[in-house]
Design a protein around this ligand. Structure first.
Ligand code: NAD
Ligand code: MG
Length: 380
């Protein structure tokens, strides 16, 4: 029996992960569940999955939850609660399904304990990739990607020699604005940007997908996960989201991983790797799909993707600035304070303003994240 700690169990990845766990009751159980504010969802999850420990946003939320569930399980709160859960509770796998920079600290605790990290929270690798991968090596923590593209690449690399890889081809759906002109970025509504053609996800990653910042973050994620230089990481638009990504080898051969756009499959793989367990998820019907198409991404239109490549070249704390600026800009867009077209503008301003530090320590990363947030908050 493997015990799984889920950081962010009320979110899109967290809920899918609990569905996977439910499918294999004799293989997996919930060791701890954490949410930010949705204690209504957590209450139901406690009822169904019986975790010995949960973590919520603050003392007030903890009090509310205790009133509802009594002493069915231990209830902790805040960032200290998250860190304590990852550092002390008994578990085998940490599923990083929180969104944003906040997931970094508890995930690093799991790395220090040499746990398997099933990683959906790409922001942790973007902001602290160098430190994270160094620590994972040092503490023998196995990092298995959950992000569908990186799960695909990981699967294509099984049994292969990494030195024989010519390039990684990350596929991107292109999001809701693929076939629209860039002029509309000044006027698109939040609702239009949240209307992703293929995937149902949390709001932050859905906006990132519309701006293609998501693919930019994924280029940086791939750089750290697979140790590939930026020039060997190519992005190709594939609107059907059936090929989740590909690896091209020295002999020109390309391996691809295919699946329906459903995160349950990469989540299951990250939990069961190297095994493949039989499930009853829907299968692809190839004739029904008919055809798959591919296009070059337009970096002039999707500026965020270009910025991410530039930031990867710059290294140091530049990816941390990019991430923090993007998190604040996306929040501002979602609350109607700025235009969609201002997201890359704010990120560029922050990158110009905040100086870069090479090989940053955790303290430097925190300071840089903080400074960037403060700077972008006052932009309008
Ligand atoms: P979501 O918004 O649906 O869920 C986020 C979860 O994190 C929730 O449980 C929320 O309570 C928790 N959370 C948010 N802020 C927190 C904070 N400050 N402190 C503690 N908990 C907090 O997001 P999601 O779509 O499930 O995405 C989660 C992560 O997985 C993101 O990093 C995203 O980029 C990545 N990811 C998601 C998908 C997907 O299909 N949804 C695919 C690939 C990667
Ligand atoms: Mg992805």
């Amino acid at each position: 029996m493997k015990k799984v700690l889920i950081l962010g169990s009320s979110g899109s990845i967290g809920v899918n992960a609990l569905n996977v766990i439910k499918n294999f009751p004799d293989r997996f159980e919930a060791a701890a569940l954490t949410v930010n504010s949705r204690i209504d969802i957590l209450e139901k999850q406690v009822e169904e999955f019986n975790p010995p420990l949960v973590v919520v946003k603050d003392d007030e939320a903890a009090k509310k939850l205790r009133k509802k569930i009594g002493n069915k399980c231990e209830v902790l709160s805040g960032i200290n609660g998250l860190i304590k859960a990852a550092a002390e509770c008994e578990y085998d796998i940490l599923l990083g399904a929180m969104v944003g920079f906040a997931g970094l600290a508890p995930t690093l605790e799991a790395v220090k304990r040499g746990k398997r990290i099933a990683l959906a929270n790409k922001e942790t690798l973007v902001v602290a990739g160098e430190l994270f991968t160094k620590m994972a090596d040092e503490y023998n923590a196995e990092v298995i990607p959950v992000d569908s593209e990186h799960s695909a690449i990981f699967q294509c690399l099984v049994g292969e020699n990494k030195l024989e890889v010519e390039k990684i081809i990350l596929t991107a759906s292109g999001g809701p604005f693929l076939n629209k002109s860039k002029e509309i970025f000044k006027t698109v509504t939040v609702e239009e940007a949240l209307n992703h053609p293929n995937w149902k996800m949390g709001s932050k990653i859905t906006i990132d997908s519309a701006s293609m910042m998501n693919k930019g973050l994924e280029v940086i994620e791939a750089y750290w996960l697979f140790g590939m230089p930026p020039e060997k990481i190519e992005v190709v638009i594939h609107p059907q989201s059936i090929i989740h990504s590909m690896v091209q080898y020295n002999d020109g051969s390309i391996k691809a991983q295919l699946g329906l756009p459903d995160m349950k499959l990469p989540i299951q793989y990250a939990l069961t790797y190297p095994e493949r367990l039989k499930n009853n998820f829907e299968r692809i019907n190839m004739p029904a799909i008919g055809s798959l198409s591919f296009l070059q991404p337009d970096m002039e239109k999707f500026k965020c993707l270009k910025i991410a490549y530039d930031v990867l070249d710059a290294g140091g704390t530049a990816p941390c600035v990019l991430n923090a600026a993007n998190e604040i800009a996306v929040e501002k867009f979602l609350t109607g304070k700025i235009k969609f077209s201002q997201i890359p503008e704010f990120i560029t301003e922050a990158l110009n303003k905040i100086e870069n530090h090479t090989a940053p320590s955790l303290d430097v990363i925190y300071e840089c994240d903080n400074r960037t947030r403060e700077f972008v908050k006052q932009l309008s």
